[in-house]
Design a protein around this ligand. Structure first.
Ligand code: GLN
Length: 253
């Protein structure tokens, strides 16, 4: 299973957030602690998305192991942001290894990442996919479950659904169509982090001015709290709320 990180707070360099801490996302590339969903390392590419001071999204992705990318190391030392979503990838068997398959996905407003896999892919989601416009399918960034999840979520967001409800409803409909899927999702608009746990780990750490979520804790061990399985986390720098997903059906809160 891939690993992801989300951060909101005072501006930090991408290196301070992702490369330098103890058990950083970089270290989780070759030495993850918790690959319960399969795989051993996260070397099939990586991506980092961040919000600029004017609110615009910038992104760097590459289909190489993060530790091999010297250009990223230099960029990461210079780029600072107060809102970041990053991921390292362990491609699900049969899915392509390309930059377009690496999270975070974006539409210039949102950043989205998925740890997990859809069981029975692609047949299990064929019916859900018919809800998309043909052009959405033709412009999928990669033939992967994660890219399709992003297209389905983006459609909900574009339709005006509240982001936490959109994420909740997406998990609900995918679980109904493809039981036993692993669906740890992470969405940000630069002001909120919305994340799910559905059969994989997620941790959250809050300080007075920041919030970080991560598949595996990094940096100082103190302050990390594990989010229970089958939950939705909605966090900003002031608050973090966890609600259960397991009893919900579509549209309920
Ligand atoms: N299934 C997704 C992919 O192949 C995510 C993989 C993962 O979480 N390991 O990109």
């Amino acid at each position: 299973m891939c690993r992801h990180v989300g951060y909101l707070g005072p501006a930090v360099s991408l290196a301070e957030l992702l490369l330098e801490p103890a058990h950083s996302l970089l270290e989780q590339t070759w030495a993850p602690n918790d690959m319960r969903g399969g795989g051993t390392i996260n070397a099939d590419g990586f991506g980092v998305g961040w919000y600029r001071p004017d609110g615009a999204v910038a992104r760097y992705r590459a289909a190489v192991p993060m530790w091999t990318d010297e250009s990223f190391r230099q960029t990461a030392a210079d780029v600072r942001s107060g809102a970041v979503v990053a991921a390292v990838r362990s491609a699900t068997v049969g899915m392509p290894v390309t930059p377009g398959a690496c999270a975070p996905f974006t539409d210039d407003t949102w950043l989205f990442s998925h740890n997990g896999r859809i069981t029975g892919w692609p047949d299990s989601l064929a019916k859900l996919a018919t809800r998309l416009e043909v052009v959405d399918l033709l412009t999928l960034e990669a033939a992967t479950d994660s890219a399709l999840l992003w297209a389905l979520l983006r459609q909900r967001l574009a339709g005006g659904e509240e982001p936490d409800q959109a994420v909740r409803d997406l998990v609900c409909e995918v679980v109904a169509a493809a039981p036993d899927s692993r669906l740890n999702l992470l969405l940000s608009d630069g002001a909120r982090l919305i994340a799910t746990t559905w059969t994989h780990a997620l941790w959250v750490r809050r300080t007075e001015t920041s919030v970080a979520v991560a598949s595996e804790p990094f940096g100082p061990a103190a302050g990390w709290v594990e989010v229970p399985d089958r939950c939705l986390l909605v966090a900003d720098t002031a608050d973090a709320r966890v609600t259960s997903l397991s009893e919900l059906s579509m549209g309920e809160r």
